[in-house]
Ligand binder design. Structure first.
Ligand code: PBG
Length: 350
């Protein structure tokens, strides 16, 4: 007993080494953050966020007026597609492991009421059938909005120069229902009318589509970054702008109210759009609610990166993956992005 204690005392109370740097508990030099960055194996092991093509949703522009893919000048690598190009495109997207697509239609005929938006044989309705047939595993999301279908380019019915909220709801519900009937997996209202999620939910539930999820463009800001999309979708408003229905970029708390209302109305997934200038909103939404959150990495964000890369100012691959990782880290479960194909290839090591 005595011996043991003596030897114990000897091993635990050696001569203290001469104090060098004063040690703050937990601080340098005991704590060195670089230890876990030293090798790729360690970095990979402690990585908090990873990208998975299954979380990407790739936007497609399907035009009734083109017979060949037509390049969109401000979105290098993206095109308006004819219906005939869809099957091959869908199979390629699916083969890369990408989770889904979101469809935008460009009809041959536009009118005041956007009637092609809810035509059972409209361009998007036919596109849905083609894609579900060619690649059934792809989740087909449809953008529910009138702006590509109205002659004035606004997202709702216009009277006396104003977008009419309540009358638009009925048209949006008809549009969503026509997408459901064509076989869409998710409908995504992007119009920013008040009450549209509830209107869609009621219309779907009363017609046998209570199983169909709604992805609400919940916090959608009136953004300059939609510019290239409007060329792609031919949906530039013919007068005025969208600031009377889309959100003011300055408002973060209001975005949370928008999200809350959409959840109360029955949204299954809520979206923040655009992504990069609104990562704070995305993080707040992620913190506050537990339902899946989507982020739309929009056309202008894509155009910026492509332009810088084309000039040799940025390493396209690294910048793209960093940008997508940032969106994921901020809280997105899924990302709508034009980079989906490239990113999926890069992630696969190509
Ligand atoms: C339709 C819609 C828009 C986008 C998605 N759905 C344009 C707009 O609101 O003007 C923008 C997507 C992008 O810029 O990539 N309302």
């Amino acid at each position: 007993m005595l011996d043991t204690r003596q030897s114990h005392q000897q091993t635990t109370a050696p001569e203290a080494p001469a104090a060098r740097t004063p040690q703050v508990a937990g601080g340098f030099p005991a704590r060195r953050m670089r230890r876990l960055r030293r090798t790729e194996g360690l970095r990979r092991m402690v990585r908090e966020t990873s990208l998975d093509p299954a979380d990407f949703i790739y936007p497609l522009f399907i035009s009734e007026t083109v017979t060949e893919p037509v390049a969109i000048s401000a979105m290098p690598g993206q095109s308006q597609l004819p219906l005939a190009a869809l099957r091959a495109q869908a199979r390629e997207i699916a083969s890369l492991g990408i989770g889904g697509v979101i469809l935008f239609g460009i009809p041959a005929h536009k009118d005041e009421l956007g009637s092609e938006a809810y035509n059972r044989d409209g361009i998007v309705q036919r596109a849905i059938r083609e894609i579900k047939d060619a690649a059934p595993e792809l989740v087909v999301v449809t953008d529910v909005c009138l702006c590509e279908y109205t002659s004035h380019g606004h997202c709702g019915l216009v009277r006396d120069g104003e977008v009419q909220n309540d009358e638009t709801l009925d048209l949006l519900a008809r549009e969503a229902l026509s997408h459901a009937e064509a076989g869409a997996d998710v409908v995504a209202p992007s119009d920013m009318m008040d009450g549209r999620v509830a209107a869609l939910r009621a219309a779907l539930d009363s017609t046998g589509y209570s199983h169909l999820p709604i992805m609400a463009y919940a916090a959608k800001f009136a953004s300059a970054f939609y510019g290239p999309f409007r060329e792609a979708a031919e949906s530039t408003p013919q007068f005025g702008d969208r600031r009377a229905y889309q959100m003011d970029p300055a408002n973060g708390r209001e975005a949370l109210r928008e999200v809350e209302l959409d959840i109360l109305e029955g949204a299954d997934i809520v979206m923040v759009k655009p992504a990069l200038p609104y990562l704070d909103v995305l993080a707040r939404v992620r913190d506050r609610w537990d339902l899946p959150v989507a982020a739309y990495n929009v056309s202008g964000e894509y155009a910026m990166l492509k332009a810088a890369a084309a000039n040799g100012w940025l390493d396209e691959r690294r910048a793209t993956l960093e940008l997508l990782t940032g969106i994921k880290r901020a809280g997105a479960d899924m990302i709508l992005t034009y980079h989906a194909l490239d990113a999926a290839r890069w992630l696969a090591g190509d």
